[in-house]
Ligand binder design. Structure first.
Ligand SMILES: NC(=O)c1ccc[n+]([C@@H]2O[C@H](COP(=O)([O-])OP(=O)(O)OC[C@H]3O[C@@H](n4cnc5c(N)ncnc54)[C@H](OP(=O)(O)O)[C@@H]3O)[C@@H](O)[C@H]2O)c1
Length: 207
């Protein structure tokens, strides 16, 4: 069982929280509006709690379920409150027209978040290639993850498995840029060939 704090009160936060709770994990919900976070936690039930924004999160895992533009400022504001934590970065860094990334070549949202985090925190890119409503619907999905710390990746993998998902290690944190690229690809596929957002990205063994 894992303990996870989720910063954000939106779609991804709700989907991740519900599935993490169903998987027997401990969940803390953190929003900039504590009263709203308390409401979300009460609605989720199963012992979910609400945490104060900016205070040390109770979870060993801390998920950033906020837009990328807010993620680095939030991590900077948290500072040492994230010491020793596994920070799950699920942000997508797509441009608004879904043709590229907002981060410059040679880096990624996850790497910029890692630069802002305390040295003892470990950033793992994960869940950005899963649509929130698809995650909420249930069922098994592939969860790609990337990070530089094997134990941190193990922790995120264990969380994903408890949620009935299949974690797939994509490599070190430098792979986050390509996972973020996969996020762009998914949005563009939804707008073009697939025609809707009701699909997931997965890896199938060859026959
Ligand atoms: N939706 C998807 O299918 C999907 C899939 C993969 C990855 N993602 C990524 O997951 C992240 C969250 O997406 P979402 O769809 O859940 O977005 P969302 O529904 O718009 O929720 C975003 C949440 O972030 C909070 N937030 C924004 N700026 C903040 C700040 N400075 N301090 C504290 N909280 C802040 C918002 O708080 P308020 O409620 O107070 O405004 C809101 O609760 C994004 O990075 C997105 O790219 C989304």
């Amino acid at each position: 069982m894992s303990s996870i704090s989720i910063i954000g009160l939106g779609n991804m936060a709700g989907a991740l929280a519900a599935r993490a709770l169903a998987g027997g994990n401990t969940v803390e919900i953190i929003g900039r509006d504590l009263a709203r976070a308390e409401k979300v936690a009460a609605t989720l039930g199963r012992g979910a709690t609400a945490g104060t924004f900016g205070a040390t999160p109770s979870g060993d895992l801390v998920a950033l379920a906020v837009p990328y533009a807010s993620a680095v400022p939030i991590v900077t504001q948290y500072g040492d409150a994230l010491a020793g934590k596994v920070v799950i970065d699920m942000t997508n860094t797509s441009t608004a027209d879904a043709t590229g990334l907002v981060t410059p070549d040679g880096t990624s949202g996850a790497q910029e978040i890692a630069k802002a985090a305390p040295a003892s925190a470990h950033v793992v890119k994960a869940f950005n290639t899963v649509f929130g409503h698809v995650l909420a619907r249930g069922g098994s999905l592939d969860v790609l993850l990337a990070g530089d710390d094997a134990r941190a990746k193990q922790g995120v993998s264990a969380l994903a498995e408890s949620m009935g998902l299949r974690p797939l290690d994509a490599g070190g944190l430098e792979l986050a840029r390509w996972m973020e690229g996969a996020g762009v690809l998914m949005i563009s596929l939804a707008r073009h060939g697939v025609g809707d957002f009701d699909f997931s990205l997965g890896v199938n063994p060859s026959a």
